[in-house]
Write a protein that binds this ligand. Sequence first.
Ligand code: HEM
Length: 511
Amino acid sequence: MHGETSLDDYHYTMCEKYGHVARLRGGMFGLQADGLYVTDPAALNAILVRNQNNFRESVEFSGLFGVIHHGDGLASVYGAEHKKQRRLMNPVFTASFVSKLSPVFYKIAHQLRDKLKADVGNAKDGRVIDILDYLTRTALELISQGGLGHSFNSFDKNSREFTEFHEALKTVLPMAGRIFFVLPYLESWRKLEPLWLRRFLSNAVYYLPWPAARKFKWGVDTMHPVCANLFKQKKKVLDEGGISELEKTTSGGKDLATLLISANQLADDDDRMPDEVVIANMSSIVLGGQETTSGALSRLLCLMANDNDMQNRLRKELLDAHAAKGDEGFNYNELNELPLLDAVCREALRLFAPVTFVWRQTIEDCVVPLHFPIRDPKTGVETKELLITKGTSVYVGLGAANRSAAIWGPDASELKPERWLGKAVLDGTANSVKMPGIFSNAMTFLGGGRACPGMKFALLEIKLVLSVILPHFSFEAVTEEIEWRLGITVVPYVKGKVGEGPKVPMRIKAI
Ligand code: HEM
């Protein structure tokens, strides 16, 4: 049986319990100034789109990501600098480029299928397997080959490169959650001069009697050289042999980093990103694209394991499509045209947003409109406007907005792929409430100038992996319950066995 925790519930049920604007006493972590938790469609549109320059990425997260990525990439800048970087980066993430990654993705999905086949064998009852481990390896290969043009040999259980990099990747965010009270100072810390003093103090972290800070530092120091070295290698190849030399690398030169480095070289002097910013952006692509994807895929397989009928219907759609096509691979458009696969992915990503909230800070006092009126607690008067004062932390509830019954209808918290079948996107919400999200009217990939650039990449990965494994295996839930715990992202554990680390056991049988 796969269930959810109260923490998960907290983010998913906010609208029902507290409406579409709520005051969070002590902020998200309970020890800061009060913040606002917002899911109101009109307010979100103002915060993320119309007045986005007034709601910057929180100082805590911009400082944190600046430290993690060793530079001012997308995750740590705002305003004009953020816009400039996105102008250079957005073209790299378009469907026309992403779709060219299908052959690379298929190779990886086939490796996953073959590994699973070898491990599950032909036993009638199959085997109970921790599918998260397989999907973590798959997601890291997809993002490292598709994003960086590099392989960590993730399917090789003895791959030191995978073990180290993955350990670092999965360490930094949970450890950042444990050192949260230093987060407000990291942005100023990064500007501390002279550099030698900053380096000296930074290395002193290894001697602190604070294991979380030491582990965080280790994670950051392990991740950074990988991206920095890949950048140097690529730049050298590009300088010496041009793009034709990069075409001989793991991804055939079609990975996001190669495209980004090439675009950056061609950019005007004013727009060109310094090397450390390109490296920071390579690093944010890996961090942004790994756990989100492995989490989403694990969630989808949990949903299949709990709903045999949906699993069978989806398998049939895939088998019929394979039979009609005569070979195994669908291209980007063909995958998007499979109606049930599309509906299941939309619905799972709506109901279980892998990133549950984003954190913004208000630069100046600002009045935002409200779609759902609120009552002033002092006067009892109803209002359709909200004054957000300078410095207020605003938490945009992505998971909660995606489950609001006022927005999606009374069945908002049910998994209903048919919500999307044969319907226009807006028909998914009750009363056609328009949300500012870029995905299916949902907030999963955010909206506005900071919306996830990797959405098409992620959807291709998810659909392609499902299309490869579902025809070959059946997935069944086991008695152990899965607890999805909220850190900065949502991570699955076996209930009562959190100490064993993230896991999703399920029974898998070869078909
Ligand atoms: C299911 C998978 C994914 C989900 C749900 C997701 C969701 C999000 C969300 C909500 C944000 C906004 C964060 C914020 O503003 O604080 C974001 C930003 C970002 N995502 Fe994704 N993401 C996914 C996959 C990916 C992939 C595969 C990539 C790379 C190929 C990627 C790259 C990024 C980057 C670089 C940013 C920063 C954008 C900016 O600040 O302008 N994401 N993502």
